[in-house]
Structure formats: structure tokens, C-alpha cells
Design a protein around this ligand. Structure first.
Ligand SMILES: Nc1ncnc2c1ncn2[C@@H]1O[C@H](COP(=O)(O)OP(=O)(O)O)[C@@H](O)[C@H]1O
Ligand SMILES: O=C(O)C1=C[C@@H](OP(=O)(O)O)[C@@H](O)[C@H](O)C1
Ligand SMILES: [Mg+2]
Length: 177
């Protein structure tokens, strides 16, 4: 299993709190790849937090930035951790399908709520967090499930999730897909 070579972008998708950013950073180290987080790239480019971009320019503007960044990153041989809403756009789903392997990190609503308790950095979850997580996840699930693979992160440590991803990348490579 050591020394697995990944020749394309590895996109991590999933709902807010599923662990994309956390898992992606450590996964990249294991794979010897760079990691790019679309939200972090947007924040660095605009010198502004995601919350401030939502507040000042609105969600539609954020989505334009997100698509531009996803397109730019997609040709890289790297781990690319996306924002939870990236799959809402058909064009974004095509970019990921065309340029690499997409892994959906699934997480139950109750665990998402536990992980994000007290979090103020996700503007779409302000207010009735529980109701928002349930309704948004239900709406988004069909799009998340278009991924090449799904890994359930609900009851797992980051280390276990990374081992599962490395295993599936190994099998994926051996299947020649
Ligand atoms: N497998 C896990 N077990 C426990 N806590 C986790 C796990 N994955 C992520 N977290 C925690 O959940 C929160 C959200 O993780 P994050 O990586 O920002 O998620 P995402 O990028 O999918 O929104 C963070 O506080 C992180 O430390
Ligand atoms: O699900 C979403 O629409 C969003 C998820 C966030 O990223 P994380 O999934 O990393 O929290 C961030 O892109 C923005 O707040 C919008
Ligand atoms: Mg994230």
C-alpha cells in the first residue's frame, strides 16, 4: 500500500462539517501531494473571510469565485478540498468528473451538528442550524452521490477515514479507471 502514485486531482466533497478540509490536509501528506482548499484560496485571493464575502457581496458572487477557483485548481495533481455547496452547480460537477476522482465524505446530520456546534464561520448555517442541516443535506444528497466513491465519516477518526481513502485509491488505480 506504501508509495501509491496518484496521477490526477483528488476532489473531496461533502456537507459542511463532514471533515473535507481536515481530512484533505492530512491525506495530501500521506499521498505526498499538495492540498488546495477552495475556501482558503478564495479567502487568500480576496483577502476576506468567507463570512465577509457572503455578507458584503452575497452568495451568488461567492459561487462565481468558487467556480473560477475550482476550474483553476482542477488541472493539478493534488488533493482539492471543496466547499460543501460546490456540487450544486452542474458545471462544477462536470469539472470534477473530467479532471480527477471525486470522493464524497458522508456524515450524519446529528454528527454534523455536534462538530459544528458554536461555529460561526458558515453563513448558510446561521439561525436554525438543525433545520438547515437537515433540509440542505436532503436537497444536496443526490448531487453528492454522483461522486466516484463515498466514504462515511460519521463514526470514524480522521486516521481511519484517511486509511479508507488510501485503500480505495489503491483499488481504483488497480482497476485502471
Ligand atoms: N473524523 C472526525 N472526527 C472528529 N472531528 C472531526 C472529524 N473530521 C472533522 N472534524 C472536526 O469537525 C470540524 C469541521 O471539520 P472541517 O474539516 O472544517 O469540515 P468541512 O471542511 O467538511 O466543513 C472541525 O472542528 C474538525 O476538527
Ligand atoms: O455548503 C456550503 O454551501 C458552504 C460550505 C463552506 O465550506 P465547508 O463545506 O468546508 O464548510 C463554504 O464554502 C461556504 O460557507 C458555503
Ligand atoms: Mg472546509
Amino acid at each position: 500500500m506504501e508509495g501509491i502514485v496518484v496521477n490526477e486531482a483528488v476532489f473531496l466533497t461533502g456537507f459542511m462539517g463532514a471533515g473535507k478540509t481536515t481530512v484533505g490536509g492530512q491525506l495530501a501528506k500521506v499521498l505526498g501531494l499538495d492540498v488546495f482548499d477552495t475556501d482558503h484560496v478564495i479567502e487568500k485571493t480576496f483577502k476576506k473571510s468567507i463570512s465577509d464575502i457572503f455578507a458584503d457581496q452575497g452568495e451568488a458572487y461567492f459561487r462565481e469565485c468558487e467556480q473560477r477557483v475550482l476550474r483553476e485548481l482542477s488541472s493539478k495533481r493534488a488533493v482539492i478540498t471543496t466547499g460543501g455547496g460546490v456540487i450544486l452547480d452542474e458545471g462544477n460537477r462536470q469539472i470534477m468528473k473530467k479532471n480527477g476522482i471525486t470522493i464524497y465524505l458522508h456524515c450524519s446530520p446529528s454528527k454534523i451538528l455536534k462538530r459544528l456546534a458554536g461555529d460561526t464561520t458558515r453563513p448558510l448555517l446561521h439561525g436554525d442550524q438543525e433545520q438547515k442541516v437537515i433540509t440542505m443535506l436532503e436537497k444536496r444528497l443526490p448531487y453528492y452521490l454522483e461522486a466516484d466513491y463515498t466514504v462515511n465519516t460519521t463514526m470514524k477518526s480522521v486516521q481511519t477515514i484517511i486509511s479508507e481513502i488510501v485503500n480505495l485509491l489503491y483499488r481504483h488505480r488497480n482497476l485502471g479507471s
